[in-house]
Design a binder for this molecule. Sequence first.
Ligand code: NDP
Length: 434
Amino acid sequence: FRRNPGETEFHQAVVEVFDSLGPVLLKHPEFVDAAVLERLCEPERQIIFRVPWVDDAGTVQINRGFRVEFNSALGPFKGGLRFHPSVYLGIVKFLGFEQVFKNALTGMPIGGGKGGSDFDPKGKSDAEVMRFCQAFMTELYRHIGEYTDVPAGDIGVGGREIGYLFGQYKRITNRYESGVLTGKGISWGGSLVRPEATGYGAVLFAREMLRTRGLGFEGQRVIVSGAGNVAVHAIAKAQHFGATVVACSDSSGYVVDEAGIDVELLREVKEHERGRISEYADRRGAGAHFVAGGSIWDVGATVALPCATQNELDEAAAGALVRSGVLAVAEGANMPCTPEAVEVLQQAGVLFGPGKAANAGGVATSALEMQQNASRDSWSFEHTEQRLTEIMVGIHDRCAATADEYGVPGNYVAGANISGFVKVADAMLALGVV
Ligand code: NDP
């Protein structure tokens, strides 16, 4: 805490992981001797840079760019870029720290990193977003590469931004290095299923948790928070499996639609028109209504998938969900549940899938995109989705088996933390003090 003052989200993420590790360290004193925990908390490299760009009015704007290269014991640094006004070092480090364990859990050869900027894409023209992305990449390009560090998208960074970033990387380096970024468009090196992967993966993880109690998604009443990349695909998949998604949100409030969210309309409003969620309710008609602000979790559900942002589901929200009979909560977003909320859910016997396991489908499919780029191949949707499904089932089973092994059956938080940690720690030990 003294070493990293003010980085509250980073502290939260570290405490959450370390809380699970006592039994592992007793079993493996060699990790303590090699200062693995201390090394894990210190990123291998942290880059903070100025991003100057010119807006449509001709005014010079300055933003701050970050790339935190956290741990490369298992492979090149891998993790997304977030463009949001709330971004500062503490957020990038929390995300990068989580990413190390998440990537280990996927079983793919990828290390962990994260980056972004306090740039707010909301309300900016395409040309402004392009100029910002070009300025951002003009510094970032020297730190990344197919074998070094492979960024992707996150909040505020989707296909449009990845396109501008890739274009600038290609221009500066004079290399068509497809493997330097993931989340690319299909016609220029992207992978089918990558846009869907995080949301689909969260639903697949929740399905596996429900299965342990002899249940499925059929007939479940689901809340998905957010209306971005992760949320829309989680909604689509949950409804494909027979659930009804009754509510979703953005930062202005939430909509309730008891007939089930119309995914096409939602995508039209949020993805194509970049509009507000209230417009969904306006256009959907009688069945749906918009609530400004408030807590989406008060709507009540049997399955909850928080897919918006960190600390969006607190103790009171967890209490409301428990009272409404929630059976399972799977984190599509990173750290959306506060520690107090997780405690409430676990105490009530709710199946709880932490983000580093439940939302790992996105980065896993990014690794599949890297495989396709390396072999200059592109796989079918069916094949890629099949791989994603196998990966998510594998992550679920690994978490469950590890929780059993350490005497906390059904505790996916402990299972994910321990399983991810042991994999990274073993590699760090093998690689020596570096
Ligand atoms: P997007 O930018 O596509 O969407 C984010 C959504 O969350 C938007 O609808 C946004 O609303 C909403 N939102 C943001 N803050 C709040 C808030 N305080 N209350 C309610 N809604 C809010 O991002 P992604 O879908 O890509 O990412 C969502 C989460 O998933 C993040 O935690 C991210 O780290 C995580 N994640 C993403 C992966 C990916 O593949 N994209 C992979 C793994 C994790 P508004 O439009 O109003 O801003």
